[in-house]
Ligand binder design. Structure first.
Ligand SMILES: [Zn+2]
Length: 496
């Protein structure tokens, strides 16, 4: 498999340790102060597709996705709503889980919450202090980028761009107490109504970036195979994670960085501040979640692209076609010829150059989109179901070309319906849909969030300590001095 690596700025072979070694993946998760929108879904579905293909190749995968339940965005939101931040986090995390389940994504192996890893964050900051990369002024501890010449290596941005992005994305380049505008907060005093933990640097709370360094290395170790998230996290979040993690450990933090493009709506990047959000739960009330998934597969994960309200119709039609084709297998359809469908050697199909849907790559929303080959799988001979399976896997192995894989599904369904393939084809097609996470009709007994809204989800959404089984296993760390205790459940925040 070949994947684009943000740090190397090229599509490179992705060669994790062979099975039974696990492929260790850390994906930056949500800050649970608002509902899951299409931008989130775009990122997490890309990772889900990658995980599915890695498992298909025989790799056990251990994916950790954190919950940022304390940072500079959830605390003001909880204040605005007049609710405890942990209750807000629990309610929105439960909604997020429903959306991810609706979209048929694999649950993470662990889902650490930042508030449960504060002791590890404090330890990490102490290590960074000990090796001379941090300083404390008036209760705030900064990472000193002047001691880390490699700072900026991941994103490759120039100094002025980094300063501008830092100001835009939670940094404080104008704070006169900083030695350098790019220094970033490791620990800071809490405001009067914010949670407080004790630390050797004074009472306060962690900076955003140190959270993911502590949780990722704590659960996956150093040399993580893949780390990433949305492309808006490249700087400063991942740049800072990289610097502080390697400064503390002296070891390689991450082998391969994977970032997903931004989704726009109404002419701008989808964002809470602009209010131009399209929520997954709303889409899943109107359309089958599998159609939403197919719609997102129409765009390459690294592209920035814009959602249009009519986009879902085409994917609903495709889903109908896929269902109809698989149904043609009838009772005997079953899983089909697994051996034929599986294990096609890469490179069996040629590579045609063709346009790809999803708009021109560019930096419209700040993505990292250069150097990407534009290609779609070449046509097979049109009669052998296994050739479609090979082409679909080739597409996924080619920097996770989801549009190419989607095109193979569509083409194969049409061939089945036209009677051009043998009896095994519907079963093979069903397997390929499953590989892509597209739940067909026979699996659609899973209710959507719309169906479940009045059911058990309501309780889970308001339980401040959901026992998802995906917890990190770490007990509470750090002493909450001034944190509030859970009280009555908050009203669900207005998603708009
Ligand atoms: Zn993160």
């Amino acid at each position: 498999m070949r994947l684009y690596d943000t740090a190397r700025r090229a599509v490179v072979p992705f060669e994790p340790s062979p099975p039974p070694a696990e492929v260790r993946i850390y994906v930056c998760g949500i800050t649970p102060y608002d509902s899951t929108h299409l931008g989130h879904a775009n990122t997490y579905l890309a990772y889900d597709l990658l995980i599915r293909r890695l498992e298909d190749l025989g790799h056990p995968v251990r994916m950790v996705r954190n919950i940022t339940d304390v940072d500079d965005s959830i605390l003001p939101k909880a204040r605005e709503l007049g609710v405890d931040f942990l209750e807000l986090a629990a309610a929105e995390t439960a909604r997020f889980h429903c959306d991810m389940e609706d979209l048929n994504t694999r649950p993470p192996a662990a889902e650490p919450k930042a508030t449960e890893w504060v002791a590890e964050m404090v330890d990490l900051i102490e290590q960074i202090h000990a090796v001379g990369h941090a300083y404390t002024v008036e209760g705030t501890t900064w990472f000193d980028v002047s001691t880390w010449p490699d700072y900026g290596r991941l994103g490759g941005y120039d100094h002025d761009t980094m300063v501008a992005l830092a100001a835009e994305r939670g940094g404080t380049p104008d704070d006169a107490r900083q030695r350098n505008p790019l220094d970033f907060v490791l620990w800071q005093p809490s405001l009067a109504d914010e949670p407080v933990w004790d630390s050797p640097f004074g009472p306060g709370r962690p900076g955003w970036h140190i959270e993911c360094s502590a949780m990722s290395v704590g659960l996956l170790g150093t040399g993580i195979d893949i780390h990433g998230g949305g492309s808006d996290l490249i700087f400063p979040h991942h740049e800072c994670e990289l610097a502080q993690s390697e400064a503390a450990s002296g070891e390689t933090f991450v082998s391969h960085w994977m970032h997903c493009g931004m989704v726009g709506y109404d002419g701008a990047k989808m964002s809470k501040s602009l209010g131009n959000l399209v929520f997954v739960s709303d889409l899943c009330k109107e359309s089958a979640p599998a159609a939403v998934r197919l719609a997102l597969m129409g765009h390459h994960y690294r592209d920035d692209w814009e959602w249009h309200d009519g986009d879902i119709a085409e994917s609903e039609t495709l889903l109908d076609t896929l269902n109809e084709a698989v149904r043609q297998g009838g009772a005997s359809g079953g899983p089909g010829t697994g051996d034929a469908a599986r294990g096609g050697a890469p490179g069996a199909a040629g590579t045609g150059i063709a346009g790809r849907s999803g708009g021109a790559p560019g930096a419209a929303y700040g993505g990292v989109l250069d150097d990407k080959p534009v290609r779609s799988p070449a046509s097979g001979d049109g009669s052998d179901p296994a050739s479609y399976a090979r082409r679909l896997r080739d597409a996924l192995d080619d920097d996770l070309d989801a549009p190419g894989a989607r095109a193979v599904l569509a083409e194969m369904a049409e061939a089945v319906l036209a009677g051009r393939l043998d009896d095994s084809a519907p079963g093979v097609l069903a397997e390929l849909c499953e590989l892509c996470g597209v739940a067909l009709e026979r699996d659609s007994s899973l209710s959507s969030s719309a169906d479940r809204e009045a059911g058990a989800v309501g309780d889970a959404a308001l339980d401040p300590t959901p026992s998802s089984g995906a917890g990190a296993g770490a007990g509470p760390a750090g002493t909450v001095v001034g944190g509030t205790t859970p009280g009555p459940p908050p009203p669900p925040p207005d998603p708009q």
